[in-house]
Ligand binder design. Sequence first.
Ligand code: MG
Length: 254
Amino acid sequence: MKTFKHSLILILLSLCCITGVQAQTKVIAHRGFWKTESSAQNSITALQKAAEADVYGSEFDVQLTSDGVVVVNHDDAIHGIVIGNTPYEKLKNITISNGEKLPTLEDYLKAGKKLDVQLILEIKPHKTKEIEDQAVETIVRMVKKYKLTRKVEYISFSLNICEQLAKLTPKSEIAYLNGDISPKELKSKGINGIDYHFNVLYKHPEWIEEAHNAKMKVNTWTVDNDKDMQRLIDMKVDYLTTDEPLKAKELTNK
Ligand code: MG
């Protein structure tokens, strides 16, 4: 009986693959789950709250300091101090809005390793190709050191950063954010995902199928209202990146 059940499951799984049935849309909390008590964008708390909310992934942004330390922050400046021009020593005591210290990538990876949530790591564009290459090398080395290669998925608006990632960690999930390149062209560069603003996908709905046919994942940002969420779920995107992860979960769980 058991063998029969197993065979049935295998047949169903094979059918799903053959017919190209897509898995259910999954939810990614944009900058962590920050619209909740004691949380803040890109804080360790936001990462922990995203895991508690039981979403697929928690997104966060990273920047390189002038002396090569990777810190977690969306903007290139914090409290008026430009991160890329400043050594870490001068940034380490800065607090973010929920009272936490400005997290480093290392802090984030250590916290994330213990949680059941994918880490969606956005590498921000930097001033020059050389600095971007240094950022990618530092980040990939650290992710490997903590044995998190399968748990970390990369995104970037910089094509150079995506290409460097494809060279240094080719088996990782890597998605380009800028919305101006077709999935096929990205695939030819070793980049295996698109993560485009939803208006780009409304303008180019054919890119979703093109990506899926090329075995690429489709993510979209930042989708906060129910109508857009439902429309994109119906369009069969793989991931919704949102500031409203609980609302998105309700829709995707139906
Ligand atoms: Mg981001």
